[in-house]
Design a protein around this ligand. Structure first.
Ligand SMILES: [Mg+2]
Length: 455
């Protein structure tokens, strides 16, 4: 009985490295394969693109995350001639490939190095794509055994006005999504956000709110969570309070039927599982970390969502992990809906909340080279940090200005404990720089500390 390479990979009979080093056949065949299908990396090319945001997400991303527009496409050419690609959101990633990592990868066997998370996002993704293409196997077959033919995806936005959240939920539902993840913040009215959004989608459309621990403690947080859980759409609360607050998170889990999600790794997974401080996890980083986290979640029989963030290139890569990880049953957060361009020749199709796991060689998709040529920009020397002045207003006439401080998520970093707690009627906008000395004066003050103006 003989097996093709693809059969072995599909069946998950051999680990990737064992397969590629030894091969399933005799030495002569292996040598011939080496000669004609060498997985040695001949060349690595990186291209920076600046991808526009769609109009509605742009309004909110311009406040806090204007730099997510920069993506680096990494292309790995093997000696065999196969070209794999991947991407890194340069200023929001678990790891951008360094010049050193690129240099050291030249001449290496892509299959031998692809499991190293040290490569960085785009380079690792490109190695998986290249090795898959060279072996006529989809990336999911290199990762493990496919257990899902389709995998759930979530729409994503940072915190927005209630109107924008409702319009984005409408758009998500229209495009086949059944889940929406956003932020819960004390500078927006979370009651109004959920209320407006819930009115435009059916009961089985799920809304997840990530508080990034801004509810601070269980005592103050629980009443708000109890208000929001009344909406059938509210499915998950992420990190309502600091993840290290074991007793507080246990109290929250006991108080609400809404699932509590936590970023995997803080506290240690064994503690999170043993102490029952959450119902599931958020997992994403390099391929090794993600697969390990997926295995631990399966062992604990806990669901999780994949959080691999980028354009549709990264979202496609994420689909492959969704195909092999049994417990990746919460909708993945890839954020690719933010952008006007997919950077692929065909968009990811979502139906009833799920996308098909691709079965073509490698990632199973092709780069939109016209779009990349059009969006190409020089790589910034450092994270672009345009001046931003934010105005938060409350119904009683209080106003607060905050200027960007140079930190990513500067509202979060200046906000903890220094801003008023969650209230109804609060909202936040970006104050455009009109070039006036007044704007500049407020901006300079608001960069140092939140500038509160009482009526
Ligand atoms: Mg989060």
């Amino acid at each position: 009985m003989s097996f093709s390479r693809r059969d072995f990979l599909k069946a998950g009979v051999l680990g990737a490295s064992a397969f590629f080093v030894a091969g399933p056949s005799g030495a002569g065949v292996a040598l011939a394969a080496k000669k004609h299908r060498s997985l040695e990396i001949a060349e690595i090319e990186r291209t920076t693109v600046k991808v526009p945001y769609r109009e509605t997400p742009a309004r909110s991303m311009n406040r806090e995350l204007p730099h997510w527009r920069y993506s680096e496409i990494c292309e790995v050419t093997l000696k065999s001639g196969h070209v794999g690609f991947g991407e890194t959101l340069l200023y929001y990633t678990w790891g951008a490939p360094t010049d050193e990592a690129v240099k050291q990868s030249i001449g290496k066997n892509a299959a031998e190095i692809m499991w190293s998370d040290e490569l960085g996002a785009g380079l690792q993704m490109a190695c998986f794509d290249a090795v898959g293409k060279a072996n006529d196997a989809p990336v999911h077959a290199l990762l493990g055994h496919k257990v899902h033919d389709k995998t759930p995806l979530s729409w994503w936005n940072i915190d927005t006005s209630a109107e924008d959240m409702a319009s984005e939920c409408t758009e998500a539902y229209k495009q086949g999504y059944m889940a929406y993840k956003t932020k819960g913040r004390p500078w927006f009215d979370v009651w109004e956000q959920v209320d407006k959004a819930a009115k435009v989608v059916p009961d089985n459309f799920k809304i997840d709110m990530d508080f990034n621990d801004t509810l601070l403690d269980a005592k103050r947080g629980i009443p708000i969570l109890k208000d929001l859980e009344k909406y059938p759409q509210v499915q998950i609360f992420e990190t309502p309070i600091p993840q290290s607050d074991i007793a507080g998170n246990q109290a929250i889990c006991a108080a609400t039927d809404v699932d509590i999600a936590m970023h995997y790794g803080n506290p240690k997974p064994v503690i999170a599982i043993r102490e029952k401080i959450c119902d599931g996890f958020i997992i994403g980083r390099g391929a090794s970390f993600t697969m390990n986290g997926g295995a631990v979640s399966a062992m604990a029989d806990m669901p999780f969502w994949l959080q691999l963030v980028g354009t549709s290139i990264t979202a496609t890569y994420s689909l492959h992990f969704g195909g092999v990880l049994s417990h990746a049953t919460w909708p993945a957060v890839n954020c690719h809906q933010l952008y006007t361009h997919t950077l692929l020749t065909k968009p990811i199709v979502v139906k009833d909340g799920f996308a098909k796991v691709p079965d073509g060689p490698g990632l199973g998709v092709e780069l939109d080279r016209d779009a990349i040529a059009k969006l190409r920009v020089p790589k910034p020397k450092s994270r672009p940090e345009p001046k931003r002045l934010l105005l938060t207003t409350w119904p009683d006439g209080r106003k607060m200005y905050v200027g960007n401080t140079g930190r990513v998520n500067f509202m979060l970093s200046v906000g903890r404990g220094k801003m008023p707690y969650f209230e109804r009627g609060v909202t936040t906008t970006l104050v455009p720089d009109d070039g006036s000395s007044k704007w500049q004066e407020i901006y300079e003050k608001a960069r140092k500390a939140p500038l509160m103006i009482k009526p």
